[in-house]
Write a protein that binds this ligand. Structure first.
Ligand code: PNS
Length: 169
């Protein structure tokens, strides 16, 4: 039974994230999407909101029945060791991601030598996509319908607009 963990902030989850999760679910027996804490980033959606949105998207796609979502605010390698996962799966969009992702992969491997990181290249239509782009465009009322799954679009849009309005007051 090969379990992989797909960790991230998912603040919010995008079509790019879901593409990586979908492809991992086709290759491995079980995928744990781990909504984890990134100390370097300020959160916009709460961890519970982020987890619930991913679960809502998964519930609409029976082909991903081997995917579960979990929350964790500790060290990633501790989670990996505790659940016996074979590897971490991450998307690597562009050269700009490389240094940061390489550093994390190397650190995780140093902390837990059996911990491998597998990088997936994104589908071409998602190369440029990120949660921060979604937040910027959505917060200013732009069209994010091609960036995020349709079943959570309205919820994301409403929250980003509300946050932007509160900041402008
Ligand atoms: O989507 P992100 O923000 O690029 O994901 C980064 C994340 C959450 C995977 C990373 O910050 C992480 O692993 N956080 C858990 C805490 C931890 O183990 N940090 C050390 C990583 S080397």
């Amino acid at each position: 039974m090969k379990t992989v963990v797909c960790p991230g902030s998912f603040d919010p989850v995008t079509n790019g994230h879901m593409d990586i999760i979908r492809r991992a679910s086709g290759l491995f027996d079980r995928v744990v999407v781990l909504v984890a804490a990134n100390q370097e980033k300020r959160n916009h959606f709460t961890p519970v909101e982020r987890k619930a949105m991913i679960e809502k998207v998964l519930a609409q796609d029976p082909s991903m029945s081997n995917v579960v979502v979990d929350l964790f605010d500790g060290l990633l390698v501790d989670y990996i060791a505790a659940c016996g996962a074979s590897a971490i799966v991450k998307g690597l969009r562009a050269v700009s991601d490389f240094e940061y992702e390489f550093q994390m992969a190397m650190t995780n491997h140093k902390l837990l030598p059996q911990c491998e990181t597998i990088f997936f290249t994104p589908s071409p239509q998602n190369m440029y996509l990120s949660s921060s782009i979604v937040r910027q465009v959505g917060g200013l009322g732009g069209d994010i319908s091609s960036f995020v799954p349709s079943c959570i679009h309205d919820e994301i849009r409403a929250k980003l607009l509300e946050e932007h309005q509160n900041m402008s007051r």
